[in-house]
Design a protein around this ligand. Structure first.
Ligand SMILES: NC(=O)c1ccc[n+]([C@@H]2O[C@H](COP(=O)([O-])OP(=O)(O)OC[C@H]3O[C@@H](n4cnc5c(N)ncnc54)[C@H](OP(=O)(O)O)[C@@H]3O)[C@@H](O)[C@H]2O)c1
Length: 367
């Protein structure tokens, strides 16, 4: 994206949008434009992201034209725009790591993708928040056309993250248990459902809020075995419920800070805690004794690194196929979400940055 983005001619239909470069007059008639959510500098996403018309690259013999259908707004997108994420697209950049699109045209030498294919990004920085894009055919991957669209939009990041964390750290068998915090997040809801599909118990910790029972019921409807608030997880009552299933040997942490203590208290000796997010912005609080006497192991997981290291591997393809099959069968549903149009992108960005919303913001695009 970076090389082509730096050449972009951008202009705006909207008075508030910055003009990166004005097109020469004659080019207006021939140039294909698309609407996109663009940022021209790193900073507060609610200020720096603008809706703009950008030029779509010309189709080459090796490229494909994709009409975007849906794309979520994830915390990693927000952190990238803030400039605090390890991936730093060249500016100006289009937001969005993941999403789902439909191929509308392919270059003459493209053989593995055809018009009508439903595709996910195959690279980390495609810039999915736009109506249309042209990219190398190697930068997208086809998925089964009957995969539900909103679920597909979240497979590449949260679906794959949940899948890998359940497969790559501890050998789990049917009837085993895992425990996680931020269980109502997109990733957390994917963990619940994939664990259920694999016959694994999930113990789920969430933050208390008004309407907590409704949220607990929702997570249970996805297949959660037990759901506790952070406060409940420390009670005798919770301990009794926990005795009804095997002690977990794997924990997923997306919060950090004190929340990790709740996970550690429930684990078997020798268990692994995989940290994949730090939503509290607090360092992990790990009791020293748990490392020395209980042999608790710590690991970190980053989906971008896994995709980078396993591009087009049979393992990656098998994972995507399996996630799409579960999605089609209704075993992997999207997290609770709100669909948002381009006009409402400000609201969607702000809601993603608020806590306690329990709703993934999904951008839907114009065809
Ligand atoms: N390492 C990786 O490869 C990878 C891949 C996917 C996701 N992630 C990370 O996983 C986390 C969840 O991502 P997502 O897309 O699933 O997010 P999401 O759907 O937007 O959900 C955000 C989650 O974070 C919780 N949260 C927000 N602020 C919090 C705070 N101050 N303290 C405690 N919890 C807080 C929310 O709980 P409330 O409802 O209580 O606010 C919610 O459970 C993010 O940190 C993301 O970067 C990492």
């Amino acid at each position: 994206m970076s090389a082509s983005m730096s050449k972009l001619f951008l202009f705006s239909r909207f008075s508030s949008i910055q003009h990166f470069q004005t097109l020469p007059k004659r080019a207006y008639a021939t140039c294909v434009q698309t609407k996109a959510l663009v940022y021209n500098e790193y900073g507060d996403p609610s200020k720096v992201v603008k809706c703009a018309e950008i030029k779509v690259d010309d189709l080459t013999s090796q490229s494909v034209r994709v009409q975007m259908l849906a794309a979520p707004i994830n915390p990693a997108d927000i952190n990238t725009i803030q400039g605090v994420y390890p991936l730093k697209p060249d500016l100006p950049a289009v937001g969005g790591f993941e999403g789902v699109g439909k191929v509308v045209e392919v270059g003459k030498d493209v053989t593995d993708i055809k018009p009508g294919d439903i595709v996910l990004p195959a690279i980390n920085t495609l810039g999915t928040w736009r109506n249309e894009l042209v990219c190398s055919s190697h930068h997208v991957m086809s998925i089964p056309h009957d995969t539900p669209i909103v679920t597909a939009a979240g497979i590449k990041v949260n679906g794959c993250t949940a899948y890998r964390m359940l497969h790559d750290y501890v050998l789990l068998s049917k009837g085993d248990s895992i425990i996680q915090n931020a269980s109502n997040s997109g990733a957390g809801q994917a963990v619940i459902q994939i664990a259920a599909a694999l016959g694994i118990n999930s113990i789920n910790i969430i933050r208390d809020r008004p309407g907590i029972q409704e949220l607990k019921n929702h997570l249970k409807s996805l297949g959660a075995t037990l759901v506790f608030t952070e406060e409940e997880a420390r009670t005798e009552e919770a301990r009794k419920h926990l005795q009804s299933i095997p002690k977990p040997k794997l924990a997923f942490n997306a919060v950090g800070g004190k929340s990790v203590i709740n996970l550690i208290k429930c684990l078997q000796p020798g268990s692994t805690i995989v940290t994949y997010g730090g939503m509290s912005r607090q360092p992990l609080m790990i009791p020293t004794a748990s490392l020395i006497f209980n042999d608790i192991k710590l690991a970190g997981y980053w989906m971008s690194r896994w995709h980078e290291q396993n591009k087009q591997s049979p393992e990656a393809q098998q994972m995507i196929q399996q996630l799409c099959t579960w999605a089609k069968q209704g075993q992997l549903r999207p997290p609770q979400y709100s669909e948002v149009s381009f006009q409402d992108y400000h609201l969607a960005i702000e809601r993603t940055m608020e806590g306690f919303t329990s709703s993934k913001q999904i951008l839907r695009f114009e065809s």
